[in-house]
Design a protein around this ligand. Sequence first.
Ligand code: FE2
Ligand code: FE2
Length: 326
Amino acid sequence: MTTPVTTTGQTPATDDGAAQDRTAQDRTAQGRTAQDRAARGKAAPRKVPTRRMSFEESLAQVPKHFATDGNIILSHLAAALSSLFPDGEEFFVRSVRRLRDQVTDPELKRQVAGFIGQEAVHGREHRAFNDRLAELGYPTKLYERITNRTLTWRERIMSPRSNLAATAALEHFTATLAELVLSNQQVRDLFGDPAVRDLFVWHALEESEHKAVAFDVYKAVGGSERTRVLTMNVMRFGFVAGLVLQVVASVLTDRDAYDPRRLWRDWRAVRRSPLLSKQLWLALRDYNRPDFHPDDRDTTALVAHWRDELFGEHGSLNDKLATSAA
Ligand SMILES: [Fe+2]
Ligand SMILES: [Fe+2]
């Protein structure tokens, strides 16, 4: 498979270890226009199609340590992420829905409908994956419950605008990880089992397609820069620390992890992977830049490449597609 490049010729995020320089110079013309539009409550045109997918059948055969080389830590990391998605994405949908009446731009309204549709299908498919993982002994159902309770509690004590700020921040996480997955073959290989890789690659494509929607709604309803950056500061440390704890606790439930040599080998593979690169951390931190917009990172060509790869005439996931609505 050829390495896709962005329309501006940028090297995709952390591709083959290349530095991901997200400085002000990195801003694209597309990003600058999108920032101006967002300030006026408008969104750049983009396609956010709701694709009805079904991965359940292929996920039914996933083995316990599905990640590359049977890596225990990577398997538990993917399982931990997957167990956050269903309830996390329902929270994203509720946050956007609660304020969508204040959106006046017809283009942004249309994108909100697409965003809600995409996140709903992600939640459903990841729940199916989590069911399979629970059968294999992963604590995914417990993590789903904890995520649900934490976010429901947050909604009760924080304002709708603050919850939308949290959604926009977490959408930057998913968009950054999505770009890494779509642009880096080495990262895609880490998923190991083809059914798991397909699930995450499809999810990554759609996260890239709708990466600016929650952000643009936040801007359209008058969300402040101060709350946006403050929320990200809390999220960046809280989310990463929470995820590390979650993975450690999950690994501790796994008997196969009580083999120090195997665990050390698996940890070394994780440490050498692009998942722990400084570039990824810098990419997350870029959100704090005063005039940041998700479109600063031009992923148009990357998205076009993967739409064709997955859903084009000979798309590899056409067989998992029930229906598609623009
Ligand atoms: Fe999603
Ligand atoms: Fe999303």
